[in-house]
Design a protein. Structure first.
Ligand code: ADP
Length: 502
């Protein structure tokens, strides 16, 4: 990706941010349309509380129009019947356009969600591009099968797209989480209706337009803005939607499964958060290096990460040293500030309501007897929604701060004495998205990887990986995997064709 954005100063970005953002509609049938009711909702910049733009607030009737548009595109085959190479070319051009609009998208993402602009340019956008390009290239790498039969029969197994897919996505990585769904879904030949998070929908609206600009047929990628209980629910209940793919809270994931049961038994693919443990064994080879990585595992993106390594399990022999170095390293690394300043490494939380929820969880932990070794409150003034990086010591396993997802810059540190105890604490959770183990012993690492109840386990790192890494959880962290070519298959169904050759 172009690195020109990295040379822009805070003033450059502030000048660009001063340009008004026009009101945003839904995107249905290849064009922007208002809500049928005319309703809108405000999009607020969490860094200063100011209005960025009004956005259409969709209801069931808007979802009906978007699904009808997707269904018409599905039926006439304007996308699924293109050759794999034609679809690859469209997706490649889409990636090229996203890259060409990187500055515009980065600015919108930062204004809308509060994420530091350097993070959008260095982390989110490159990963968005990798994802689109990877799935674009996967399309013609999938094979079906011809099975062994008697000579008078032939049996083919082929993969076909599902039809109309609904995607419901969160606000923590608005573009990236949408792209993790859209890229394999579109590559597979489906038509889609996206309902982005109401807190940060602006970049997703641009992605829809850029898909059409790249040569994507109208009606293949539709988008309805709105709140979860209205547009989201209507999409998940819709009888013409073959699958709902979701990243968000466990509570809403459970609702989506119920909606599927109440409507048409649509497939429901869920990635629903976590409470990931990071285990530091006494034989780890370099405590400073481990601490450096562990800090990023919880405080990057202000902790608003589903796989955030929020539970630090540290061998008792190193507990105090660990806490001391962890605090020092965090204070060196995270510089809260204006997210438009390229030097800022900690942005505000995505909304006022979310800030209040995170602060309440910290206060509750303190009321239950834990204490803050670092942070514990808001920072940088009233008009923004910052929470200082917080490290909680003295928490016990049954406390809410250990059991429940906070989705903010808050970690607990707990001491353990034995490997068995560490594993017991790590697995004592309704979640199972990710985990990490820090040890210099390969046998220990291998044994612990096997024992950890998590869909992703990192050894001597946290958050590493590439597009070949399936990402998704065990237990109540969900039932699906993003990334990897298997994700493409999850947007398809197999057809068995048995030919009688007699
Ligand atoms: P968070 O609490 O982090 O905002 P949510 O799970 O509430 O996470 O939101 C993730 C996505 O799910 C958003 O796009 C939101 O609008 C949507 N959503 C919320 N409630 C519902 C619902 N009842 N039905 C369908 N989608 C919903």
């Amino acid at each position: 990706m172009s690195t020109a954005g990295q040379t822009r100063t805070r003033e450059d970005w502030a000048r660009a941010a001063a340009q008004p953002v026009p009101a945003q509609g839904h995107f249905i049938g290849g064009r922007s349309v208002p809500s049928r009711s005319g309703q809108t909702m405000p999009c607020i910049n969490p860094a200063n509380g100011q209005l960025i733009a009004q956005v259409a607030r969709g209801q069931a009737e808007d979802v009906d129009a978007a699904v009808a548009s997707a269904k018409a595109a599905w039926r006439d085959g304007r996308w699924r019947l293109q050759s794999p190479r034609q679809r690859t070319a469209v997706l490649q051009r889409w990636a090229d356009l996203i890259e060409q609009h990187a500055h515009e998208l980065a600015l919108l993402e930062t204004l809308d969600m509060g994420k530091p602009i350097s993070d959008v340019l260095n982390i989110d956008l490159p990963e968005v591009l990798r994802t689109v390009r990877y799935f674009a290239e996967c399309i013609d790498k999938l094979d079906g099968a011809v099975t062994h039969t008697a000579p008078e029969a032939m049996h083919l197994i082929t993969h076909e797209p599902l039809g109309v897919v609904g995607a419901i996505t969160p606000w923590n990585y608005p573009m990236l989480m949408a792209i993790w769904k859209l890229a394999p879904c579109l590559a597979a030949g489906n038509c889609v209706v996206l309902k982005p998070a109401e807190q940060a929908p602006l970049t997703c609206v641009r992605l829809a337009q850029l898909f059409v600009d790249a040569g994507g047929p109208e009606g293949v990628f539709n988008l309805v803005n709105g709140v979860g209980a209205e547009a989201g629910q209507a999409l998940a209940l819709h009888p013409d939607v073959a699958k709902v793919t979701f990243t968000g809270s466990t509570a809403v994931g459970k609702l989506l499964m119920a909606y599927a049961g109440q409507s048409n038994l649509k497939r429901v693919a869920l990635e629903t958060g976590g409470k990931s443990p990071q285990i530091f064994m006494p034989d780890l080879y370099d405590l400073d290096a481990a601490v450096d990585r562990a800090v990023g595992g919880i405080y990057d993106n202000a902790g608003q990460v589903c796989n955030a390594g929020s539970r630090l399990l540290v061998h008792r022999s190193m507990h105090d040293t660990f806490v001391e170095r962890f605090v020092a390293r965090t204070q060196q690394t995270y510089r809260p500030g204006d997210p438009l300043d390229p030097a800022t490494t900690l942005g505000p939380l995505a909304s006022r309501g979310h800030q209040a929820a995170v602060l309440k969880r910290i206060a509750q932990a303190q009321a239950e007897g834990a204490r803050c070794a670092m942070g514990g409150g808001s920072t940088l003034g009233e008009e923004a929604t910052f929470v200082a990086p917080t490290l909680i010591v003295g928490a016990t396993q049954s406390m809410a701060i250990v059991q429940e997802e906070v989705f903010g810059p808050v970690a607990t540190v707990q001491a353990f004495d034995t490997e068995a105890q560490a594993l017991q604490m790590a697995n004592d959770s309704i979640y199972g998205l990710a985990a990490s183990v820090w040890t210099s012993d390969l046998k220990t690492a291998h044994r612990m990887v096997g024992a950890l109840e998590a869909g992703v386990v990192w050894v001597n790192c946290f958050g590493d990986g590439d597009m070949t890494q399936p990402f998704g959880g065990y237990k109540q962290s969900g039932n699906s995997r993003d990334k990897h070519i298997d994700s493409l298959l999850s947007y398809m169904q197999s057809k068995s064709a048995w030919f009688n050759l007699v």
